[in-house]
Design a protein around this ligand. Structure first.
Ligand code: MN
Ligand code: MN
Length: 230
């Protein structure tokens, strides 16, 4: 069950309208690494989770991502200002003046509609946790790019807060991954040496250690099949 709280998770403000930057910030509302994607990914993954603590973690973070989405959308709304005039806008900001009435849209920075294709859900907790750690990492990277391109103190405070929260999520997902380290797709299926081989296909020059690539160390007695085994 979800409830609506009238307050934002963290107050947002802008120093002045900036429609061009509003269009850029759309990336974190309806883009591939954005808040809506994060919320939908963790929510849809949670339905399959049996461990009550981890299920709760996924749902708590999914709910927080919706609060982030609300903060980003509110900021876009403020940045779009009050004057509907597409002729004064640069490429990329026109849509909010012609279609959304200066409101935020579920699109990325290029006006491309949000899609559920951004969401990764496998039913395997280890795979999903690894996806989520990477998703949080990518969300941080996009916020860093956005932070560097704005001087507005209000917008910077909001991005700084959101970036720090994604860092917290990243740490929590890593912690959960530790807990289920040897389960699901990470179970030991009795892998052969094939799982330990490094194919050195760029000889000469070996930059990584050489794990078990010599023919005499093959457990199955097969003849060498790869260049580095000859
Ligand atoms: Mn978020
Ligand atoms: Mn997050």
């Amino acid at each position: 069950m979800f409830k609506h709280d009238k307050a934002l998770l963290h107050q947002v403000r802008v120093e002045r309208p900036n429609p061009q930057y509003a269009a850029m910030l759309q990336e974190q509302l309806g883009g591939a690494q954005g808040e809506l994607k994060a919320a939908m990914q963790y929510l849809s993954q949670s339905f399959r989770i049996k461990d009550p603590a981890i299920k709760d973690l996924f749902l708590d973070i999914a709910a927080e991502e919706l609060s982030h989405m609300e903060m980003v959308a509110t900021t876009i709304n403020l940045l779009n200002g009050h004057d509907v005039d597409a002729t004064k806008q640069q490429t990329g900001t026109i849509e909010s003046h012609t279609l959304y009435g200066l409101g935020p849209g579920l699109t990325n920075a290029s006006g491309q509609l949000w899609t559920a294709a951004y969401v990764n859900s496998t039913g395997d907790l280890v795979a999903d946790l690894l996806s989520n750690v990477a998703a949080e990492q990518r969300a941080k990277v996009v916020y860093e790019y956005l932070y560097r391109q704005i001087n507005d103190k209000g917008v910077r405070e909001t991005i700084d807060f959101l970036l720090n929260r994604e860092e917290a999520h990243n740490a929590l997902f890593r912690e959960a991954l530790e807990k289920v380290r040897d389960t699901g797709s990470n179970r030991d299926f009795g892998t052969t040496l094939d799982a330990q081989q490094y194919f050195d296909l760029s000889s000469p020059g070996r930059y990584f250690a050489n794990p078990n690539t010599s023919p005499e160390r093959r457990l199955d007695g097969e003849q060498p099949r790869y260049p580095q085994d000859r």
